[in-house]
Structure formats: C-alpha cells, structure tokens
Design a protein around this ligand. Structure first.
Ligand SMILES: Nc1ncnc2c1ncn2[C@@H]1O[C@H](COP(=O)(O)OP(=O)(O)OP(=O)(O)O)[C@@H](O)[C@H]1O
Length: 355
C-alpha cells in the first residue's frame, strides 16, 4: 500500500528524506529542499541586493543543483543578484573537458553567462602534464591549491562581489573530521564558516552548508537536471576517503551524524594566546597567503624546475630553500611514503538510496 506524504498534501510519498526520515511526495520534497537553502542564505545574510555573484560550476551534481537553485531563489524571492557561472578547466582530458560541456549546456538551460579560466593559461601547466611529472599520487594537492587560486583569479577578472561553491554538509563534516585527525586547529576553526573572507579576497560562501549530499542527488534526479557524474580520473580521494567512509558508517547508525559533526566543529574555539597563522600577501604572486610565498608559487616553482615533488614535503624547509634560490633541493622533497591513499567512490547511485 502506498505511503502518503507526511505533510498531509494527500499525494503518495516517493522518497524518505535522509535528513529527517520523513516520507515525502516529489513536490513537497522540492519545496522543503529549496526553502531550507533559502533559510540558510537569509539567516547568514549571504547576499545583498545588486551583488554580482559567481557560481563556481564544475558540471558535477552539487554545483549544477546550486546554479539551478540560485536562479530559482533569486527569481522567487527577488534577491536582486546578477549571476555568472565560473568554471576552472584543470586540463584533464576525458574528464574536465566533458564536464565543461555540461556547464556550457547549463549556461543555455539557466540563461546564466559562463566564464572559463584554465590552469594552462594561468600557470602554463595542465593537470595531464602535472600527472605525467608527479604520477597519480599527490596530484590532488596541485589540483586543489591551483583551483582555489584559479577561482579567485577568475572572480577578480569578472569583478564579482561574491563567490558561491557547491560544498555540502557532507563535505564540511568530512573536513571537520580530517582537521581533527590532523590536529590542524587553524583550519578546524575556519572550515565550518559559511563565509570565508580574508582581506584582499572575494568572499566565498556555501549555501549548501546544511544540505545533505544524498538530498542534492535526489533533487537533481527528480528534477532531471543535466549534470556530469563521472569521478575525476586522477583522484583516488586521498585522506578524505577515510573521513568519508567513517562518516558514512556513522550516518548508517544515526542519520543526524553529519549535522552533529558540523555543530561540533562550530563549537570548537581556540584558547586565547594560541598562535594561529595570519594572512598576508605572497611575495611572488600577490595572492593571499599565510606564508611569505604561497603554496601555489612553491608548487609551480617545483614544476618549472623539474622538481615536481617540491612543496609536498616540509613547507618551511622548502620556503627557506626558495628564499635562497637554492638549486639543490635534495632532502626537502617529499617521498611517496609521505602520503596514504584509499579508493572510495564518491558518487551515490540513486537506486541504492533507501526510499
Ligand atoms: N573545476 C571547477 N570549476 C569551478 N568550480 C569548481 C571546480 N571544481 C570544484 N568546484 C567548486 O567546488 C565545489 C566542491 O568541489 P568538489 O571537488 O568537492 O566537487 P563535488 O563535491 O563533487 O562538487 P560538484 O558535484 O559540484 O562537482 C563544487 O561544488 C564547485 O562549486
């Protein structure tokens, strides 16, 4: 016998909400999903009228749903935002070129203009070439550091006021766990912030901070959104994979685990007097950095000097060498043994969800 939607709308339920366990029909699910994101946006005052906002768009499920919902809420609630899609082409043949085709279709489907910046034009390197140098291990470090800066650079070119990313509640909870396991209190303090903004950078926010990944997948599925679902061919998911697996296990026992971990992260505070890194400007490229030379410049220097592992080891030592323009970098370059990898799939198959 069909189960009725728990809102009392008299329609049949088609899903069980992962966040609350409620049985809902499609329309009521769409409504609660959209209203929760609207609540997150308004409660945190993420935007002001006339803001020009770049949606960081990879073509994946999170940023595709984000682009769709930003447009929907902007129209429904008259936020008064001017929207633009901003994509970074990391130069990964057979992956990013295909996902960018999806973003190009989204540009037409949602009538939001698109700007693409590439690692090749910004750094003179594509990820394909970086992987040729460094191999599959550690390549995510390059990609993550370069992408962060590339988004900033693209946003500066566009002269936007704000950037939004599709980071969801699961991503944030994983980051909390990773920072605890690494004892990284500086990042632990920052990682749950819904807006990150340091002087001289364009503020970034996460409207999906409280949105479960499973619900984003369901929303995209029932709305039949056009998104790219293949995993990155170079990403074995590194350390994050362990945190992800741990969180998924917790979620099976207790559905609120994701939000609970985020709340725990928010409750941490650093004792007065504990020294934390301060943000400054990179001496080489002028971008924001907590070190005299930013990580992107250190990594680039290594690539250009034919020492791609530079920057993967103890960064303080490497920066000293860079300062002295030291050509002999032996002994400061990380070995393969410094990293641990695990292969855990990131996408959720909608058929595996518990309806
Ligand atoms: N190449 C890119 N260009 C623009 N934005 C990106 C790119 N890669 C990632 N992002 C932004 O960072 C967010 C988190 O990226 P992550 O790599 O964790 O992917 P994800 O969780 O699979 O998200 P998505 O489903 O949107 O790809 C994305 O939602 C998007 O907003």
């Amino acid at each position: 016998m069909p189960i009725q939607c728990s809102t009392g709308c008299h329609k049949n339920a088609v899903l069980k909400r992962p966040k609350t366990g409620d049985a809902l029909c499609k329309d009521c699910f769409f409504w609660v999903f959209e209203e929760e994101v609207h609540h997150t946006i308004t409660a945190a005052k993420l935007f002001t009228p006339d803001d020009y906002v770049a949606i960081a768009a990879s073509g994946g499920k999170d940023s595709t749903v984000l682009a769709y919902i930003m447009k929907l809420l902007n129209d429904r609630y008259n936020y008064g935002l001017k929207l633009v899609l901003l994509s970074v082409d990391e130069g990964i043949t057979g992956y990013r070129d295909d996902s960018l085709e999806t973003v190009k279709r989204n540009e037409q489907q949602y009538s939001i203009p698109l700007k693409i910046v590439s690692y090749d034009e910004l750094y003179g390197w594509t990820m394909d070439r970086i992987v040729e140098q460094i191999g599959l291990k550690n390549n995510c470090t390059f990609c993550g550091v370069f992408r962060r800066q590339a988004l900033d650079r693209g946003a500066t070119l566009l002269k936007v006021d704000k950037i939004v990313t599709g980071h969801n509640a699961d991503d944030i909870a994983e980051t909390v766990i990773m920072n605890i396991l690494r004892g990284d209190i500086a990042r632990l303090q920052r990682c749950t912030a819904i807006v990150t903004a340091s002087e001289g950078t364009i503020p970034r926010s996460k409207p999906f901070k409280y949105t479960y990944e499973k619900e984003i997948v369901m929303y995209a599925y029932f709305k039949k959104l056009d998104y790219f679902s293949t995993e990155c061919i170079y990403s074995p998911n590194a350390y994050r994979g362990y945190a992800r697996a741990f969180l998924k296990d917790l979620e099976k026992i207790r559905s609120t685990s994701i939000i609970d971990v985020i709340h725990s992260g928010e409750c941490f505070s650093v004792r007065d007097g504990v020294k934390l890194p301060t943000q400054g400007i990179c001496e080489q490229c002028g971008h924001v950095s907590s070190q005299p030379v930013c990580k992107a410049c250190v990594l680039l220097e290594g690539l250009n000097k034919g020492k791609p592992r530079l920057g993967l080891g103890k960064t303080s030592k490497i920066r000293e060498h860079l300062k002295r323009n030291d050509e002999n970098l032996e002994g400061v370059v990380a070995s393969d043994a410094d990293t641990h990898k695990i292969n855990i799939p990131k996408t959720i198959n909608i058929k595996q969800l518990d309806f």
